[in-house]
Write a protein that binds this ligand. Structure first.
Ligand code: SAM
Length: 483
């Protein structure tokens, strides 16, 4: 049972808007949260995903503000994180209200290849949502301050097949200095007190103290100022939190407006979707209370930068070390031919292949003007190893760049049992496959090939005649994978 600190109740009572009642607020805080997911349209359409999961006893209810988001109920509750489809990155478990900030940011964003910053990204629900909305075009700089959370962010990006990113690992307060007026759009999903998360985390309000709210608000003021400096003139940013106190929400936005009265404009969100007006504040922000949409509490503000503002710190010196070189034209030809012939992969437009040591990397083209401005943990994805003769595709590239069940390449669709075995790191005996597949394999040359399940890539195997040798990277082996 969730525990709500009495000091919090006293505090929030004064902030509840007209028409909302404290009793109802507390009732909702104590109610379990509805489960929601977002379909990853980098891998599967929302329609196809529903068609795939409905026979497995999933029921879907559309989330009004996100075309790819659904509240889900199950005939039999699965361990969702271990499902094949989850491991394949076909969907992301994401709270419904947490889908709002990217929806607000992309509303009226007309650029097809924008350069976007996500200041506080981990674990990556909104970064992966934005990458899907960008369809892997443009550039998403995804930053995270906590080292352990950068790892989770990275794993989620790979699972979801995202490759238009550069990951950075900084305190978000540096962007105004290092990336002054560089971004077409910015999401600042700020670290916050998490008051809106009580339905998921029963301890979220147990030790609530006003001093903590005040302390974190200071960080938020610095983060919003830094993000505003990093935004191009004329561009828009979203400030969001999963907390409820005005100190961390409205007052942070007002703080920015006080600093830049002529350059800050609040963009009203009352028409963002049908029913958005229910959550809209007089300033045009969305302040979602748990009872507004039967969700977590959330706050979303959209801010337009009307004109350039002065730097607060002088331009830093460029970084010199960049350990990547261009791939020689001849090698690019050989690599492109291998990817196309073996896996029907055409290299994405607006990308560049770079080489470091014995590895080829796929970089988003739009990172190039930002090279040298700051240090990147990782750019794009690893594409292939360079062998003595030729190349060998990397697992992360295979699952990101092959999205359909092509017929021109050697590949095998595994049934659910074999798919689970594959994800557990086991080899697949050819005798476990259907008679048609066994005949198909007899006509193939021994060597690497792709395995799929439900039309989405699982990974690579080496066909050895009597078995398919498992090529899943060891760190991705999941002993708990299930159907
Ligand atoms: C609300 S969470 C972000 C959730 C994320 N946007 C998502 O949708 O999955 C806030 C994140 O900010 C990170 N953080 C904390 N202090 C930070 C700072 N000074 N700069 C950047 N990120 C910070 C936290 O580690 C945390 O991962």
């Amino acid at each position: 049972m969730a525990q709500i600190n009495p000091n919090f109740i006293k505090h929030i009572q004064q902030e509840l808007p007209n028409g909302l009642h404290l009793d109802e607020f507390i009732d909702y805080c104590l109610k379990p949260l509805r489960k929601s997911i977002r379909v990853n349209t980098l891998k599967i359409s929302a329609t196809d995903f529903q068609a795939l999961m409905q026979p497995k006893g999933w029921h879907f209810e559309a989330i009004p503000w996100c075309n790819d988001g659904f509240w889900v109920t199950f005939e039999q509750e699965p361990v969702i994180g271990n499902l094949i489809e989850h491991i394949q990155g076909l969907f992301y478990v994401q709270e419904a209200s947490s889908m709002l900030p990217p929806i607000a940011l992309f509303d009226n964003l007309s650029l097809t290849h924008p350069t976007i910053l996500d200041v506080a990204s981990a674990p990556g629900s909104k970064s992966t949502q934005m990458a899907a909305m960008m369809q892997n075009n443009g550039l998403l700089v995804a930053n995270e301050y906590s080292s352990s959370r950068v790892k989770v962010l990275h794993a989620n990006m790979l699972r979801m097949g995202v490759y238009n990113t550069a990951l950075t690992h900084f305190d978000g307060r540096v962007f105004g200095e290092y990336m002054y007026e560089q971004f077409d759009a910015i999401l600042l999903d700020a670290p916050c007190g998490g008051e809106g998360t009580i339905r998921k985390d029963s301890n979220a309000l147990k030790n609530w103290q006003l001093e903590d709210v005040i302390a974190i608000a200071e960080t938020q003021q610095e983060l919003i100022t830094s993000a505003f400096l990093a935004l191009k003139p004329g561009a828009e940013m979203v400030y969001s939190t999963c907390t409820l106190s005005q100190l961390e929400n409205q007052q942070i936005c007002q703080f920015l407006k006080q600093q830049y009265p002529n350059e800050v404009e609040f963009v009203p969100l009352d028409k963002l979707f049908n029913g958005a007006d229910k959550a809209c504040t007089p300033e045009g922000f969305l302040h979602v209370w748990p009872q507004t949409y039967d969700s977590e509490g959330f706050f979303v503000a959209k801010i337009k930068k009307l004109a350039s503002v002065a730097r607060l710190k002088k331009q830093p010196k460029p970084q010199k070390v960049f350990p990547f070189t261009d791939i020689p034209a001849k090698d690019l030809q050989i690599l492109s031919h291998y990817l196309l012939k073996q896996y029907q992969i055409s290299l994405p437009q607006n990308s560049q292949i770079k080489v470091r040591d014995k590895e080829c990397w796929l970089f988003p083209q739009s990172i190039m003007p930002l090279i040298g401005k700051m240090r990147y943990q990782r750019i794009g994805i690893k594409l292939a190893d360079i062998l003595k003769k030729g190349f060998k595709i990397k697992h992360e590239a295979l699952i990101a760049l092959t999205t359909d069940n092509f017929t021109g390449e050697p590949s095998i669709e595994l049934d659910a049992n074999s798919a689970v075995n594959f994800l557990k790191g086991r080899d697949i005996a050819v005798t476990d496959l259907s008679i048609e597949q066994q005949h198909y394999l007899q006509a193939q040359v021994h060597g690497e090939m792709r395995v799929l399940h439900s039309g989405a890539t699982l990974g690579m195997v080496k066909y050895l005649g009597h078995r398919l040798k498992n090529g899943l990277p060891r760190e991705l082996v999941n002993d708990n994978a299930c159907m």
